[in-house]
Write a protein that binds this ligand. Structure first.
Ligand SMILES: NC(=O)c1ccc[n+]([C@@H]2O[C@H](COP(=O)([O-])OP(=O)(O)OC[C@H]3O[C@@H](n4cnc5c(N)ncnc54)[C@H](O)[C@@H]3O)[C@@H](O)[C@H]2O)c1
Length: 273
């Protein structure tokens, strides 16, 4: 049975991805900083899924987890770097510890997971590393600037690692960066009233299942970068390509985003039992 490991998978998108992988026939290891949460999620998935505590900022434990899975479950075919943290705030006023935490988990955690997975995938000559980035990995989202900086680091590492594999002649291993728009998950649940989080509500709000399904497709048709939905990828890239114009437009864009955030909150209120 091909094996898969997902980080940050006690809930939200990670759990949806782990479930999708189990349905595709993988022996899934569900990991999270919250070990009990990971075990609970594995139990909920069933199909022999296992839970394990894994802090992605711990490089040695990432390497140990990859070796463990390869030894126990067979070839480690898929490793998904999904763990992430979002702490909003004005870039130049934010607590340095909060900014460091985002870099440690979102960027360094992705580096650690990728190296760990590649060590065993290179030995087997096959595998696919999927890095969950964000549209904030393609544009400096206002109010989420340090988060965006950490995701820019992660996407550069993802694309650059694939390039390094290819220049070393490695063909059987893929690395993909998946960049979704806002996802209605625990990450955003406490940010409905946070003006600094408005950018996350500015486009199409996705479900974890929609993103997990797209991750499944990238496993079938590997691609270095996938944006979800595709049109939002083109939109944020245009924003990024013209920083002078984009900066002029930011107040208007954020006002519209805040309106969408409030409308989303009202819609949820109406749907509440
Ligand atoms: N929610 C969104 O709007 C959105 C949009 C685009 C991308 N993303 C990205 O999707 C991924 C999943 O986020 P989500 O929306 O499911 O959020 P979430 O908060 O529900 O899940 C994140 C998980 O990561 C875990 N985690 C945090 N620090 C960790 C660490 N050091 N080691 C291991 N696990 C750790 C948390 O315990 C949590 O279970 C993240 O990388 C996030 O940046 C989210």
């Amino acid at each position: 049975m091909p094996a898969a490991l997902v980080t940050g998978a006690a809930g939200g998108l990670g759990l949806a991805i782990a479930r999708m992988l189990a349905e595709r026939g993988h022996a899934v290891t569900v990991t999270d900083l919250d070990g009990e949460g990971a075990e609970g999620a594995a139990e909920a998935i069933g199909s022999g899924a296992r839970g394990r505590r894994l802090d992605v900022t711990d490089a040695a434990d990432c390497a140990a987890a990859a070796r463990e899975v390869a030894e126990r479950d067979g070839p480690l075919d898929v490793w998904v770097n999904n763990a992430g943290v979002l702490i909003t705030g004005v870039a130049y006023q934010q607590d340095p510890a909060a900014q460091r935490a985002m870099l440690e988990v979102n960027a360094v955690g992705t580096f650690n997971g990728t190296r760990a997975a590649l060590e065993v995938m290179l030995a087997a000559g096959r595998g696919h590393v999927v890095n969950v980035i964000s549209l904030a990995g393609l544009v400096a989202a206002p109010g989420e600037v340090a988060y965006a900086a950490s995701k820019h680091a992660a996407i550069a590492y993802s694309i650059g690692t694939l390039a390094d594999l290819r220049r070393s002649g490695v063909r059987g291993i893929d690395v993909s960066a998946v960049c979704p728009d806002g996802i209605w998950s625990p990450m955003l649940e406490d940010k409905l009233d946070d003006p600094d989080a408005a950018a996350s509500f500015s486009g199409s709000m996705l479900t974890p299942q929609q993103v997990a399904e797209r991750v499944g497709r990238v496993l079938d048709y590997p691609s270095p970068v996938v944006t979800i939905p595709r049109w939002r990828g083109a939109f944020v890239r245009a924003f990024d390509a013209f920083p002078r114009l984009a900066t002029l437009m930011v107040p208007l864009v954020m006002k519209a985003a805040r309106r969408r955030q409030r409308a989303f909150a009202r819609r949820l209120e109406r749907q509440a039992p």
